[in-house]
Ligand binder design. Structure first.
Ligand SMILES: *Cc1c(COP(=O)(O)O)cnc(C)c1O
Ligand SMILES: [Zn+2]
Length: 447
């Protein structure tokens, strides 16, 4: 394959470029984030998005079956022989009229992209299939990640598939049971650090540098390339029409960053005429992005981000000995590594950021369960955020909205069971105790 992909630093004052045979997680020159970029050879990229859909007809081909590699011309950083797939991206976009009606959106306008249908039960598989393909290209033998849970599940699954050794770092007591069970079951070396995700993230970078391990967090630019395809599949599900809004939970901000890049590139390539708006939803107990964007006026500013606003805020967090807390453990992050790329996505997509309470998240989760396919707590921040944006009339009832449900509803059964059994919210549906007696059972059935 003629080399058309390269890595480039996002800092315009640096702009250093590197080939794809190297693996870094930060620009070696200035320490900023790296992008995977392409010299688009227009002849090789389909001229219409609908051409990608034709691959459904050849789904017996490994790469055409993958919901990521079906779009391979848009993330072409390695030869096909390196491309890893275990059937990721067989997800669906559910038009949900019942939930739409309940929260006051016009029928036909609310869509839920259920990424819980991926092999390890979260959207992370989209990123891992791409990152592991790059890991194979560079000949990596062992890898590592820090995780709030789903990254470790996805890494463990793909590492096993690729015959690579893997170590996952998780914050002690900060991980949902379903996810922890997966990491152990898929055979990852699981290290629980007495700290939170941000502590793990810091340690894993040092470990990977020291021991020359391949890093699979979303600092990895190739991982984010795979996550672009979530947006391609939403467009596909809408008959290649661009919705008005994409809503996504914000944790380490890899998804929001990838989505902004996806739309920017599609527009550049002339494959879409306009980009959707992006709404990124934090939990109030982990609301760094919301605080920086809404209260401290942090902006992309053509790449000249005011680093002082960020470092001042992080210094405040340290001084307060702050550790983030939310029941949505997947977004329990206070120093998001992709912050700057996310600012760029907000710039590209005229984005907004909101923060929602745990109460709003668990109520929204119950609604998604009742009316839809369910999801884990972090994913439900999307619907909680949508309710806020509708109430303030930022989103109008006649606009087309797609919410990304990032993880499966069985990932965190504790939150679900507590919510219902302990009658914690508006939509709690607790089980009813009953004596082992037919008469009493019949009586209960009629109430
Ligand atoms: C990782 C994760 C998130 C956070 O996504 P970012 O890209 O880090 O912002 C949200 N929801 C679920 C279920 C996740 O696993
Ligand atoms: Zn640089």
């Amino acid at each position: 394959m003629a080399e058309t992909a390269y890595q480039k630093c996002i800092n315009p004052d640096c702009g250093a470029e590197y080939g794809c045979d190297e693996s870094f997680f930060k620009c070696p020159k200035c320490g900023d984030l790296l992008d995977a970029l392409y010299d688009w050879d227009k002849k090789k990229v389909p001229t219409r998005l609908s051409d990608f859909g034709k691959r459904w007809a050849s789904r017996n081909e490994r790469l055409d079956f993958s919901g990521v590699w079906r779009f391979r011309e848009l993330l072409n950083f390695c030869d096909d022989k390196f491309k890893v797939s275990i059937g990721e991206g067989q997800t669906l976009l559910q038009q949900n009229d019942n939930l739409a009606e309940f929260i006051g959106i016009k029928k036909g306008n609310l869509h839920l992209q259920y990424e819980g249908l991926n092999p390890s039960g979260s959207f992370k598989d989209n990123g891992m299939t791409a990152a592991f393909s790059h890991a194979k290209r560079v000949g990596a033998k062992s890898c590592a990640c820090a995780s709030t849970g789903n990254t470790s599940a996805a890494v463990a699954l793909y590492a096993h598939h690729c015959g690579m050794k893997c170590t996952v770092f998780i914050g002690s007591g900060r991980i949902a049971f379903g996810k922890l069970s997966q990491a152990m079951d898929y055979g990852a070396k699981t290290i629980q650090i007495l700290g939170d995700f941000d502590d793990c993230m810091k340690q894993v970078q040092a470990v990977c540098t020291e021991l020359k391990l391949y890093l699979l967090n979303s600092l990895n630019p190739f991982r984010l390339e795979g996550q672009k395809t979530i947006m391609y599949r939403i467009l596909e599900g809408l008959g290649w029409e661009v919705p008005d809004w994409i809503i996504v939970p914000g944790g380490n901000l890899g998804n929001s960053s990838a989505f902004g890049k996806a739309f920017y590139e599609l527009k550049e390539l002339g494959l879409i005429k306009r980009v959707p708006r992006l709404a990124i939803i934090n939990a109030t107990g982990a609301d760094t992005l919301s605080e920086l964007v809404n209260n401290r006026n942090l902006k992309w500013n053509g790449g000249k981000v005011d680093n002082k606003i960020i470092s001042d805020f992080y210094a405040e967090l340290t001084a307060r000995n702050f550790s983030p807390h939310t029941c949505a453990s997947a977004i329990e992050i206070s120093r998001p590594v992709n912050l700057k790329k996310c600012l760029r996505a907000i710039d590209v997509c005229n984005g907004v950021v909101r923060a929602v309470s745990d109460e709003a998240i668990t109520d929204a989760k119950a609604l998604i369960g009742k009316y839809g396919l369910g999801c884990e707590p972090a994913s439900a921040a999307t619907i909680a955020g949508l309710e806020v944006l509708l109430a303030e009339k930022t989103i109008k009832p006649d606009e087309k909205v797609a919410c990304v449900l990032t993880g499966h509803c069985l990932k965190d059964p504790n939150v679900t069971v507590n919510y219902h059994k302990e009658k914690m919210g508006k939509y709690s549906n607790p089980p009813i105790e009953c004596a082992n007696d037919l008469g009493q059972i019949i009586k209960l059935m009629s109430t």
